[in-house]
Design a protein around this ligand. Structure first.
Ligand code: XLS
Ligand code: NI
Ligand code: NI
Length: 447
C-alpha cells in the first residue's frame, strides 16, 4: 500500500503508519497480533482478513445519541466552506486514516460520501463528483472498495420503508437512489454491493400488507441485480440480516430467514450474507451461529465486524474485543472457504466519550488484533483437527451401510422404521460439549 495521500491537510497529526510490534508491545498505536505479511495456513494475514473501514461510523458519526448532542468535532467538516468541500475534506481524512492504519478496503453509503441534493439529479451529481475524487485516491494509495450501499433509512420519505413503502412514488425514488449507488460502486471497482433493509419491515401489522411488501422488496432486488449485471458488475450482492431497529420487525430477520427469502424469489445465486455480530445477538443468536448457518447453505459472503453489549438490547456497534468470539468466527469463516469478494468491515463506532483523534486508531487496532488472534487460533483448530475429528466421528454412522443409504435418499419410511424396531436401545452417547469448550480455550493460549 502506498503512503498516505499527500498534498492535503493532515487530519490525524502526530499519528504515523501503524506497525506490528508483537504481543509484548505496550505501544497503544501498534499491532500486537496483526502482522499483515505473516503467513497463516499458507496465506498472508492481510489476505485472510481483508479489513475494511466503515465510512459512516468513522468519518460521519459525531457521537450524538438520543440524549445528547455531538461530541466528536471533525476537523474535516469544520474547515470547509460548503457541504461539497466538506465531503472532499472528509475523503482526504478517510484516505489518510486507511493508509496510516493499513486497512486495504473501505465501505460506504452514498450519503456518507456526498451530501443529498435538492433533487435526485443533484444528489447523483454530488455523489459522482466525490466518486471521481475517491477513484483518484484509490489509485494513488491502492486502497479498494469492499462494498457500496445506499442509505435508504435516514430521509423522512423512507419512514414507511423504501422498497417496501406502501406508496409507489417512494419505491421509485428508492430505485433511483439504488441505481446511482450501484453506478458509484461500479465506477470505484467495488467488490460487492450491500442491502441492509433498516426500514424494510413494519412498525405495526395493522397497517401492513406483508405479502405485497415482501414481493416488492424481491422485485427491487431482482431489478438491481439485473441492472448491475447488465452493466458488467461481477461483484457479489449481500443482504445484511438484522431483526429489528429501526423497524419493529425487519424482513431480513436473520440468516435463516433471508436464505428462505432468497430461495423463494430465486435470488440465491447472486446474493450472499453480510453477517454482523451485533445483529446476530439482536436476533437471539451468536455470531458463530449466523456464520455457520450461512456456510451450511453456501451463502456465506462477508462480515460486519463489531460486538453488542449482552446486557442491553440494541445495536451498540462496539469494536470487537473478545478473542473467543473472533476465534470461533474465524473458525467458521476458514471452513467456509474464507473471504473471496467479502471481508471484515468494522461496522463499529467509538464511544461518545472517546474524543481523542487517536481513539479511532486504537479502536481499529484492537479490532484488527482481535481478528488476527482469532485467525491464529482458528488455524490451530483446523490444523490440529480435534474438533472436526470429533464431529466427523459423531456422524460416522451415516458414512456407510444403512446410514449412508438413508442419507442418499435410498430408503422409505417403512424400511427405516423396520430398522428402528430391531436396533433396540441407542443414542446414549456423550456430546462432550465441556471437553470441546475446554479444547477451544487451549487454542487461545500462547498466541
Ligand atoms: C445498521 C447496519 C448498517 C449497514 C449498512 O445496523 O449495520 O450500518 O451495515 O447499511
Ligand atoms: Ni452493518
Ligand atoms: Ni448494525
Amino acid at each position: 500500500m502506498a503512503d498516505y495521500f499527500k498534498g492535503n491537510t493532515e487530519y490525524f497529526p502526530g499519528i504515523k503508519k501503524i506497525s506490528y510490534e508483537g504481543p509484548k508491545s505496550d505501544n497503544p498505536l501498534a499491532f500486537k497480533y496483526y502482522d499483515p505479511e505473516k503467513t497463516v495456513g499458507g496465506k498472508k494475514m492481510k489476505d485472510h482478513l481483508r479489513f475494511a473501514v466503515a465510512y459512516w461510523h468513522s468519518f460521519c458519526a459525531d457521537g450524538s445519541d438520543p440524549f445528547g448532542s455531538a461530541t466528536h468535532v471533525h476537523p474535516w467538516t469544520a474547515d470547509a466552506s460548503s457541504p461539497m468541500e466538506a465531503a472532499e475534506h472528509k475523503l482526504d481524512a478517510a484516505f489518510e486514516f486507511f493508509t496510516k492504519l493499513g486497512a486495504e478496503y473501505y465501505c460506504f453509503h452514498d450519503r456518507d460520501m456526498a451530501p443529498e441534493g435538492s433533487s435526485p439529479a443533484e444528489s447523483e451529481k454530488n455523489l459522482m463528483a466525490i466518486v471521481a475524487k475517491a477513484k483518484e485516491r484509490q489509485k494513488a494509495t491502492g486502497v479498494n472498495l469492499l462494498w457500496g450501499t445506499a442509505n435508504m433509512f435516514n430521509h423522512p420519505r423512507f419512514m414507511n420503508g423504501a422498497a417496501t413503502n406502501p406508496e409507489f412514488k417512494v419505491v421509485a425514488l428508492a430505485a433511483s437512489q439504488i441505481k446511482t449507488a450501484i453506478d458509484a460502486t461500479i465506477e470505484l471497482g467495488g467488490e460487492g454491493y450491500t442491502f441492509w433493509g433498516g426500514r424494510e419491515g413494519y412498525m405495526s401489522l395493522l397497517n401492513t400488507d406483508l405479502k405485497r411488501e415482501k414481493d416488492h422488496l424481491a422485485m427491487i432486488l431482482t431489478m438491481a441485480r439485473d441492472y448491475a449485471r447488465g452493466r458488467g458488475f461481477k461483484g457479489m450482492f449481500y443482504i445484511e440480516p438484522k431483526p429489528m431497529e429501526p423497524s419493529k420487525h425487519q424482513y431480513d430477520f436473520d440468516v435463516e430467514t433471508v436464505a428462505g427469502f432468497l430461495r423463494h424469489y430465486g435470488l440465491d445465486k447472486d446474493f450472499r450474507m453480510n453477517i454482523e455480530a451485533n445483529h446476530a445477538e439482536l436476533a437471539g443468536h451468536d455470531f458463530f451461529h449466523e456464520l455457520e448457518t450461512a456456510a451450511s447453505m453456501g451463502l456465506f459472503g462477508s462480515v460486519d465486524a463489531n460486538r453488542g453489549d449482552p446486557m442491553n438490547g440494541w445495536d451498540t456497534d462496539q469494536f470487537p474485543t473478545s478473542y473467543t468470539e473472533t476465534a470461533l468466527a474465524m473458525y467458521a469463516i476458514l471452513r467456509a472457504g474464507g473471504f473471496t469478494t467479502g471481508g471484515l468491515n468494522f461496522d463499529a463506532k467509538i464511544r461518545r466519550n472517546s474524543v481523542d483523534p487517536a481513539d479511532l486508531f486504537e479502536a481499529h487496532i484492537g479490532g484488527m488484533d482481535a481478528f488476527a488472534a482469532g485467525l491464529i487460533a482458528a488455524q490451530r483448530m483446523i490444523d490440529d483437527g480435534k474438533l472436526s475429528g470429533f464431529v466427523k466421528q459423531r456422524y460416522a454412522s451415516f458414512d456407510s451401510g444403512e446410514g449412508a443409504k438413508f442419507e442418499k435418499g435410498g430408503m422409505s419410511l417403512q424400511e427405516l422404521a423396520a430398522l428402528g424396531t430391531v436396533y433396540g436401545n441407542a443414542g446414549i452417547t456423550s456430546g462432550k460439549q465441556e471437553r470441546l469448550e475446554n479444547i477451544v480455550n487451549q487454542y487461545l493460549l500462547n498466541l
